[in-house]
Design a protein around this ligand. Structure first.
Ligand code: CP3
Length: 348
C-alpha cells in the first residue's frame, strides 16, 4: 500500500487478510497522555493547538510513539467545520464546546457559506502535510469529519446536549430548513474530506456521534442520505462510517459505499456481522470504561472481543472515544493484547 511500512489498517479496511488485527483508538491523541498535556499547557488554548500545524503534528504522532498504535489520526476537531461555515466556537475548559451564534431560522442558514477547505480549513491541511512528512511512512494517517447530523446538532444547540431537543425540534417543525442546512454541511464536509485526502490522509472517518438520538425513521430521513452522499463522493481513499447508537440502521449502513463500519459496545458482534454481511470491515467496539478495570480483566475482555470478530475484516478500537482520565498503561495493555493475539486454528 504505497510506501507505508505498516499498512495493516489500510489492507484490513480493504478487506484483505493480514498477519494480525490492526488497532487504534478514537481520541487517542489527547489528555490520556501526559506528553499531550505538556504541549497543551504551552499554548493559549485548545484552538491554538488545533490551528498550529507544528503542535497539532506533534500530538498526532505521540500515540504512535508512546502507545504503539497502527495508525495516527490528525489532531483537530469536528467543530472546525461549523467555524469554517461562519459559526466560530470556543472550547471552554472542563466544560466543552460553546458557540456564541447558533442557527435559529432560515436567514441564519442562508448566511452560512459552503466552506472552501483550501481557504478556511487550510490550517488542517497544513497539519496533515507536516504530519505525513514527520511520520515518514511509519503508519497510515486518518483524516476525519463529523457527519452532517452531528454537526447540525452543534450548530442549532450551540453546545453539547443531553437529548438534542432544540436540534430535533428543528427537524420536526422545520424539515425544509433542516434539509437546507444539512445540504450545506454535506457540501462542505465532502470537499473537506477530499482536501484532507489530497493533503495526504490515507483513509477518512465520519463521526456521527449523536446518531443514536434519532429514531430509526428520523435517522433515515435526516442522517443517512447525507452520509450516503459523502460516501458516494469519495473514491480516492477508504471510508469508515461510525454512527454511534445506530444499531437500528445496520442493514442500511451495510449498503453504503464505505469500506468500514464502526460499532459501539452496545452492538452484539456476531449479530452485527450477520446483519452487515461479509463485504465490510468492522471497527470497534470495546466499552471505553473497560480500561478502568484491572489488567487481567482488560486482557480477558480484549481477547474475547477479538475472537468474536475473528481474524480478518476487523480493526480493533473502542466503541467510542477514550475517557480522558484513563491510565495510559491500561491503554497500552489493550493495544499490546491485540498485537500479541494468536487466533485458534478453528478461526483461521
Ligand atoms: O481522535 C483523536 O485523537 C483526534 C482528535 C479528535 C478530537 N476531537 C480532539 C479533542 C477527534 C477525532 C475529535 C472528534 C470530536 N470532537 C467528536 C466526535 C467523536 C466523539 O467523541 O464522539 C465530537 C463530538 C467532538 C466535539 C468535542 N470536542 C467535544 C464535545 C469536546 C469536549 C469534551 C471533551 O472531550 O473534552 C471536544 C474537545 C476535544 N476535542 C478535546 C480533544 C483532545 C479535549 C480538549 C482539551 O484538550 O482540552
Amino acid at each position: 500500500m504505497g510506501n507505508l511500512k505498516n499498512d495493516l489498517l489500510l489492507r484490513t479496511a480493504l478487506g484483505e487478510k493480514t498477519e494480525r488485527t490492526p488497532v487504534w483508538l478514537m481520541r487517542q491523541a489527547g489528555r490520556v497522555l501526559p506528553q499531550y498535556r505538556k504541549v497543551r499547557e504551552k499554548l493559549k488554548d485548545f484552538k491554538e493547538l488545533v490551528k498550529t500545524p507544528e503542535a497539532a503534528c506533534e500530538v498526532t504522532i505521540q500515540p504512535v510513539d508512546i502507545l504503539g498504535v497502527d495508525a495516527a489520526i490528525i489532531f483537530s476537531d469536528i467543530l472546525v467545520v461549523p467555524e469554517a461555515m461562519g459559526l466560530p466556537y470556543k472550547m471552554i475548559e472542563s466544560k466543552g464546546p460553546w458557540f456564541e451564534n447558533t442557527i435559529q431560522d432560515i436567514k441564519d442558514i442562508e448566511k452560512l457559506k459552503i466552506a472552501n477547505p483550501y481557504e478556511e480549513l487550510n490550517y488542517v491541511l497544513e497539519a496533515i502535510k507536516l504530519t505525513k512528512l514527520e511520520l515518514n511512512n511509519r503508519v497510515p494517517l486518518i483524516g476525519f469529519a463529523g457527519a452532517p447530523w452531528t454537526i447540525f446538532s452543534y450548530m442549532v444547540e450551540g453546545q453539547g446536549s443531553k437529548n438534542f431537543s432544540k436540534a430535533k425540534k428543528m427537524l420536526y417543525t422545520q424539515p425544509d430548513w433542516s434539509h437546507a442546512l444539512l445540504k450545506k454541511i454535506t457540501a462542505t464536509t465532502l470537499a473537506y474530506l477530499k482536501a484532507q485526502i489530497n493533503a495526504g490522509a490515507n483513509i477518512v472517518q465520519l463521526f456521527d456521534s449523536w446518531a443514536g438520538d434519532l429514531s430509526p425513521d428520523m435517522y433515515k430521513e435526516f442522517a443517512l442520505p447525507y452520509i450516503n452522499e459523502i460516501c458516494n463522493g469519495i473514491d480516492e481513499a477508504p471510508v469508515i462510517v461510525f454512527s454511534r447508537g445506530a444499531y437500528f440502521a445496520r442493514t442500511e449502513l451495510a449498503k453504503l459505499k464505505c469500506n468500514v463500519i464502526g460499532l459501539d459496545w452496545t452492538m452484539n458482534i456476531k449479530e452485527t456481522r450477520s446483519i452487515i454481511g461479509n463485504n465490510k470491515t468492522l471497527q470497534g467496539n470495546m466499552d471505553p470504561c473497560l480500561l478502568y478495570a484491572d489488567y487481567d480483566v482488560i486482557k480477558k475482555e480484549t481477547i474475547k472481543m477479538l475472537n468474536l470478530f475473528g481474524p480478518s475484516k476487523h480493526i480493533a478500537n473502542l466503541g467510542h472515544g477514550i475517557q480522558p482520565d484513563t491510565d495510559a498503561d491500561k491503554v497500552k495493555c489493550f493495544i499490546e493484547t491485540v498485537k500479541a493475539h494468536q487466533f485458534e486454528l478453528q478461526y483461521a
